[in-house]
Write a protein that binds this ligand. Structure first.
Ligand code: ADP
Ligand code: GN1
Ligand code: MG
Length: 361
């Protein structure tokens, strides 16, 4: 993205004197902080190779954040800090498309926030889970049928399994021979691919409005108090299962190290973080969850971790076309941490189940 093009984008959001910097470490979109007279805004280029209906994504986000703002105000909260605020472009639309077709949107920057990849304490983890639980409660009465599907089959684990088998077959980047061990691991865990789909199909797991991308850095904390503040990165808000969110949050937040750690001896599943998150999640959600959801909380953590590992492995085999990479073999390093975590979760299943039973009585 060249500087001239960025200036044109910013002018189309009625902003003139600016400073602009790259920001954040997401794998999908390009994020910038723009400031004018000391007021910060967050500019993002949405990845339209991945989000094929970007207008639909923005409509979802506008509707969801308007709904949340009403709820937050009614609860006596601060609607400008506890959810995102979309800034419209000069033509009144919540996005701007450049001549070459690049899709941009702008948000108010939430000041005094803390954004972390790893929780600094178990208390922070509990608070993150409570923030997510409150997000669901505020969306309880959101009309789910109005949401466009941002990415079809986004957490359809079976679909990822089948796609991966296709990628292995095609081996377009010639990398298959170097990842036989990982392929073997996936094949031995095929049984994880249908559990959530089956539960949704037979009604034992409910379809709700969910976030679907609950990495810890998608929950902002209030810097002064350290408490959970706001759920961000709303691109994938769609009908889904809370188990997608619980599992994904623990895949990332209860990992002992970064998602791309090369030294697998440093990667294990941290039961203290799992305990802390489950505590906060249950405090908010235990009356809402049905039996089939509670029964699958532990499974969901294994499944979402397995799924993410398959997605990284597929991308490695396809020659790195989906997730941003910053070094050679980045995606396979990521896949390996995920599979190491799944194996460790399997070894710790009894402890994980005991934690769920303790909080979801
Ligand atoms: P990606 O989809 O690439 O992960 P995000 O929407 O998560 O992009 O944004 C990347 C990072 O930018 C976040 O992890 C967070 O630290 C920061 N961020 C996003 N939105 C805001 C906001 N409205 N105010 C302050 N920081 C934000
Ligand atoms: C992507 O955009 P970001 O970095 O928050 C991905 C998630 C993965 C995650 C793995 C739209 O999330 O599904 O779990 O990377 N988002 C999309 O770190 O594919
Ligand atoms: Mg993000």
């Amino acid at each position: 993205m060249n500087a001239k093009e960025l200036v044109t984008v910013i002018e189309n959001f009625d902003i003139e004197e600016i400073e602009i910097q790259r920001y954040g470490n997401g794998h999908i979109n390009d994020t910038y902080v723009v400031s004018q007279n000391g007021v910060k805004m967050l500019l993002q280029r949405l990845n339209t190779n991945i989000f094929k209906n970007p207008e639909g994504v923005m409509e979802n986000i506008v509707n969801v954040t308007e709904h949340l703002k009403k709820k937050i105000a009614a609860n006596g909260g601060d609607p400008e800090r506890e959810t995102m605020t979309v800034i419209n472009a000069s033509d009144g639309k919540p996005y701007f498309i450049t001549e070459s077709g690049k899709f941009f949107r702008m948000y108010k920057f939430i000041d005094n926030n803390l954004s972390v990849d790893k929780a600094q304490s178990t208390e922070q983890m509990t608070s993150a889970a409570e923030t997510l639980g409150k997000f669901y409660h505020m969306l309880d009465d959101f009309p789910a049928e109005t949401l466009s599907v941002a990415i079809p089959k986004f957490h359809d684990t079976r679909n990822y399994y089948n796609r991966l088998m296709g990628a292995i077959e095609n081996d377009v980047a010639g990398r298959k021979a170097s990842v036989e061990k990982e392929i073997e691991f996936v094949k031995n865990h095929e049984f994880l691919a249908d559990i959530l789909n089956n539960g949704l199909a037979d009604g034992s797991i409910l379809l709700r409005v969910t976030h679907n991308d609950t990495k810890l850095n998608n929950i902002l904390f209030d810097a002064p108090t350290g408490k959970g503040l706001c759920v961000i990165d709303l691109d994938t808000v769609m009908p889904g299962s809370v188990l997608y969110d619980f599992g994904d949050a623990m895949r990332f937040g209860a990992a002992s190290g970064p998602e791309d750690e090369k030294d697998l001896d440093k990667i294990w599943f941290d039961l203290d973080m799992f305990d802390a998150f489950t505590k906060g999640f249950a405090a908010e959600m235990k009356e809402t969850l049905v039996e089939g959801e509670i029964k699958n909380l532990v499974n969901s953590v294994k499944i979402l971790t397995f799924e993410c590992g398959m997605r990284f492995l597929e991308d490695h085999l396809n020659g790195d076309t989906y997730f941003k990479i910053h070094r050679e073999n980045h995606n396979i390093d990521r896949a390996r941490t995920q599979f190491k975590l799944v194996a460790d979760m399997e070894a710790k299943t009894a402890e994980m189940e005991a934690i769920v039973s303790k909080y979801c009585k």
